[in-house]
Write a protein that binds this ligand. Structure first.
Ligand code: A3P
Length: 325
């Protein structure tokens, strides 16, 4: 019988099976063999039962803050780099391991009724995230917010300008969305990052490869903006929260902000910060037309996908496709 010392044996193994170099974390508590060597001071209670996966600019921060108002729904602790977002499943943070991830979650006082969650808005369009989430959290529920992808792209462009992205500052929205293969590398990169998250059907299908449709809940971003109380009602039903909260007592439209905010007292509301829900000029007609054609086949695919799951189409999607029988 031939063997090698542990380190050499490890190196030999990865030389023979290079694909195994990329780790895939599973839940140690789901396997008896793993559980038996899992140290006693560790727990499996510090893992989320649901994830808001995005995409960016659809109202994910508003939803995160509304969810966090519920006494039995507890978010991750803030991260130094991305504020409330852990960005574990879609970035190299994944290689920092399971302990690194679990350390972002508090130990719940009532593990049987508390629902831990995280929101990382770039998971939605990540190639890797669905497979990695499913490996670690196969029973997790997934929440996706869908906004008219053209509006989403425009809000994202404004967000990049607010963050002083030089390419966004130097180019009009139309130049960004219509950039061709001949455009500079920076402009092409911005173009892709602006438009790719809006290819909803393509991304949803990837999540559906790993999660049954009943584990995925779609939120219409217009409804989140205009009727968050009903959105929170439907989410609580989807999550089977034991302690139902009537959000009509906790959310109120704030005329100065132009959005729903958390009720603090008779006169006082707590709204999201200046970077969320800010004012900018309406989208120009040429960009609107361009994006209408750009997203057309993707929106048709989305409509077919949602119909196949007997899911009601968001109003913006019906409007976008109203000229189709
Ligand atoms: P704008 O800032 O372009 O208006 P995200 O948190 O996913 O980045 O999304 C930000 C968007 O959430 C904002 O885009 C805003 O339109 C939308 N939104 C929805 N409900 C909101 C609320 N109650 N308060 C602030 N923004 C809200």
């Amino acid at each position: 019988l031939l063997s090698l010392p542990p380190v050499e044996l490890g190196l030999k193994y990865f030389e023979m099976y290079p694909a195994d170099k990329d780790p895939i974390w599973t839940n140690p508590c789901d396997y008896n063999r793993h559980l038996s060597i899992w140290p006693e001071n560790k727990t499996c209670d510090k893992l989320p039962s649901f994830i808001v996966v995005g995409p960016q600019k659809t109202g994910t921060t508003a939803l995160y803050s509304f969810l966090s108002q519920h006494p039995d729904i507890v978010s991750n602790l803030p991260t130094p780099k991305h504020f409330e977002e852990i960005q574990f499943f879609n970035t190299n943070n994944y290689y920092l391991g399971l302990d690194w991830y679990m350390d972002f979650f508090p130990q719940p006082d009532k593990p049987n009724t508390t629902l831990l969650f995280e929101k990382s808005a770039n998971y939605f369009e990540s190639d890797l995230a669905p497979k990695r989430v499913a490996a670690l959290l196969p029973r997790a529920k997934i929440i996706v917010i869908l906004m008219n992808p053209a509006k989403r792209a425009y809000s994202w462009y404004q967000h990049m300008r607010n963050h002083n992205d030089p390419t966004a500052l130097n180019h009009t929205f139309y130049e960004v969305v219509s950039a061709s293969d001949m455009a500079s590398q920076n402009l092409r990169a911005l173009h892709n990052r602006c438009l790719t998250p809006g290819l909803y059907a393509q991304h949803l299908v990837r999540w559906l490869d790993f999660f049954p449709a009943k584990q995925i809940h779609l939120v219409d971003s217009d409804e989140l903006r205009n009727d968050p109380v009903n959105v929170m009602h439907l989410i609580q039903k989807f999550l089977h929260v034991q302690n139902y909260m009537d959000y009509s007592q906790h959310l109120r439209y704030d005329p100065a902000k132009g959005f729903f905010c958390q009720v603090l007292s008779n006169k006082q509301n707590k709204c999201l910060g200046k970077s969320k829900g800010h004012k900018y000029p309406s989208m120009d007609h040429r960009s609107e037309q361009h994006l209408h054609s750009f997203y057309r086949k993707h929106n048709i695919n989305l409509s077919k996908l949602l119909s196949s799951f007997e899911t009601q189409l968001p109003e913006w999607l019906t409007t976008e496709l109203k000229d189709i029988e």
